[in-house]
Design a protein. Structure first.
Lengths: 117, 110
């Protein structure tokens, strides 16, 4: 099946620093990528939807200036957590869907566990 | 009302047991339905899609009742390796984001 690579898998950083997370579709072109966040014992919550070449659409309550999303190519989307604080510590997961027959299937990256000290 | 609701459990069952999970969704325009499995500290993985006619994959059977906006998952002959959190997932339109339930935790013991 299609593979989505997410990097890094684990980040520990100091409060105030910025962290970039990459999501790559390895063997298909992802017209749409999604970024989710999951707190312990909670469900995955959609943060934003990014389409290649256009601005991301953010969910209500998600600060676009804090969570910068760039989807510059059909195989790469990045999420940058700017000026991270301890409350941003969470499990961040991306998913990607392609066009055509792949449009209704989403493939998930392995997730990035962010710990902000 | 939450978009997708599940009984969080946990369900603690012995090996070989049959266990059923239920899920309800609020958006009647939802078009696609799935069960995902998530292991601790890992990403969700697709277990199976759910079709109106019901579908089976080995020991797993999924049912959908659109009129009641209800989805179920039945696991027969539980294995230790089935221990995980099972996520009920709904999609309103192809190419849009998935809506996840909170998950039901299953623990199978020997």
């Amino acid at each position: 099946g299609a593979v989505v690579s997410q990097h890094p898998s684990w980040v520990i950083c100091k409060s105030g620093t910025s962290v970039k997370i990459e999501c790559r579709s390895l063997d298909f072109q992802a017209t749409t990528m999604f970024w989710y966040r999951q707190f312990p014992k909670q469900s995955l919550m959609l943060m934003a939807t990014s389409n290649e070449g256009s601005k991301a659409t953010y969910e209500q309550g998600v600060e676009k200036d804090k969570f910068l999303i760039n989807h510059a190519s059909l195989t790469l989307s990045t999420l940058t957590v700017t000026s991270a604080h301890p409350e941003d510590s969470s499990f961040y997961i991306c998913s990607a869907s392609g066009g055509g027959d792949l449009k209704n299937i989403q493939y998930f990256g392995a997730g990035t566990r962010l710990s902000v000290l | 009302r939450k978009e997708v609701e599940q009984d969080p459990g946990p369900f603690n069952v012995p090996e070989g047991a049959t266990v059923a999970f239920n899920c309800t969704y609020s958006n009647s325009a939802s078009q696609s339905f799935f069960w995902y499995r998530q292991d601790c500290r890992k990403e969700p993985k697709l277990l199976m899609s759910v079709y109106s006619s019901g579908n089976e994959d080995g020991r797993f059977t999924a049912q959908l009742n659109r009129a009641s906006q209800y989805i179920s998952l039945l696991i027969r002959d539980s294995k230790l390796s089935d221990s995980a959190t099972y996520l009920c997932v709904v999609n309103s339109q192809a190419g849009t984001a998935l809506i996840f339930g909170k998950g039901t935790t299953l623990s199978v013991s020997s």
